[in-house]
Design a protein around this ligand. Structure first.
Ligand code: MRU
Length: 363
């Protein structure tokens, strides 16, 4: 996507394959900085501290991290240690485990001397595939948005939660890919952007990337969505997913479930856009089986912003001794999801729906 007229992905190789560069998402929207990651530990920290974030981007970054680790030590033991380190960085988004398994399986069949180069190639493939997958999600979502727009005969009002745009992926985004495709096709639309406490990915990332692309949007407090739906100001909701079970339960950024409940109560269609590596085919029940990441209480107790001098600053918003609980994700049961938008098309949020699109996972 474009930043100030220049095309960017969120991650790219550099230094003749000895490091990667990423956009430091902790500093957006106030500062645009690129950071270089050259070691396993640097990659694991960047995933954990959310320099990079978003399920597909975490997966691609971890794949490169594994390749960098193998450049130092390509033994079976080092490979397993690197997988464990990266896997522990963020437990909920299944793309991380998927990418690590894919790279490990490919290199374990090889002699140690060949492993680093093969892992690097696999990481590049994962990144390129992510771009193609998200582009396809955009095209399928475009058909849906076009239909809805033709039925309504007025600009579409779309609500989204967290950041499931191009910053959360290698390019295009998941939930926002259809929005960009529709905007580029000339369909008039406006996006309600949930701020998405505690880390405010909506306020800092979604608002920024929509603005860079010229898409009309309005930032709203997380609590406003239900009211807007009750007053007919939301035509549809589109969110992303960090892990979707084979039965269609959707785990996504904390607060997604409340939006799904409000949408259900107001007959507002609630769609989830997801690339297939986000589907965990091994599990059925999202509530019982998906590990929910617990992050530091400081993310709830403090907010980060720009002060009048233009410096980034953190300020505490609660009394000094107040404890806080910070769970990063929640699960929206399949019954509240109107449809899944994948790279192979749209389907019902159910095992039958997913298997129609991905029959190779039947068994
Ligand atoms: O904690 P984050 O910022 O990594 O969470 C991101 C989300 O929840 C996104 O909505 C998600 O990864 C799905 S779409 C790319």
């Amino acid at each position: 996507m474009n930043i100030g007229g220049q095309a960017f992905r969120t991650i790219w190789p550099c230094d003749a394959g000895n490091s990667i560069q990423v956009i430091d998402q902790r500093l957006l929207p106030h500062r645009f900085e690129i950071t270089t990651l050259a070691t396993l530990d640097a990659v694991a920290s960047a995933i954990h501290d959310m320099t990079v974030r978003g399920a597909p981007l975490i997966g691609a970054t971890a794949a490169y991290g594994l390749a960098l680790a193998l450049q130092q030590d390509a033994s079976d033991r080092a490979l397993q240690q690197a997988v464990n380190t990266l896997q522990a960085a963020r437990p909920t988004a299944v793309n991380l485990r998927w990418a690590l398994q894919r790279v490990s399986q490919q290199v374990l069949a090889l002699q140690p001397a060949q492993r680093a180069a093969s892992a690097w190639q696999a990481a590049q493939q994962i990144a390129d595939e992510d771009v193609a997958i998200n582009h396809a999600i955009g095209q399928h979502g475009l058909a849906l948005l076009r239909q809805r727009w033709q039925a309504l005969q007025r600009p579409l009002q779309i609500l989204t939660h967290c950041n499931a745009g191009w910053l959360a992926t290698v390019d295009w985004g998941t939930a926002l890919a259809p929005v960009y495709a529709a905007f580029d096709a000339g369909i008039p639309l406006h996006v309600w952007v949930d701020e998405t406490r505690p880390r405010n990915q909506g306020a800092s990332l979604t608002a920024w990337e929509l603005g860079q692309h010229g898409v009309a949007h309005t930032l709203i407090a997380d609590n406003l969505g239900g009211h807007l739906m009750q007053h007919g100001q939301v035509d549809l909701v589109i969110v992303g997913s960090d892990r979707t079970t084979r039965c269609g339960d959707v785990c996504n950024k904390i607060g997604t479930y409340l939006k799904a409940l409000a949408a259900h109560d107001n007959d507002v269609p609630f769609y989830v856009a997801l690339p297939s590596p986000t589907i965990d085919w091994h599990i059925r029940d999202g509530l019982a089986e998906i590990p929910i990441e617990q992050r530091t209480a400081d993310e709830v107790l403090y907010v980060q912003g720009k002060n009048p001098q233009g410096q980034l600053q953190q300020v505490r918003i609660a009394p000094d001794n107040t404890p806080a609980l910070n769970l990063g994700f929640d699960v929206t049961p399949a019954r509240l999801v109107s449809g899944l938008i994948t790279e192979r098309g749209m389907c019902a949020a159910s095992e039958a729906g997913l298997l129609q699109l991905f029959p190779e996972h039947a068994s």
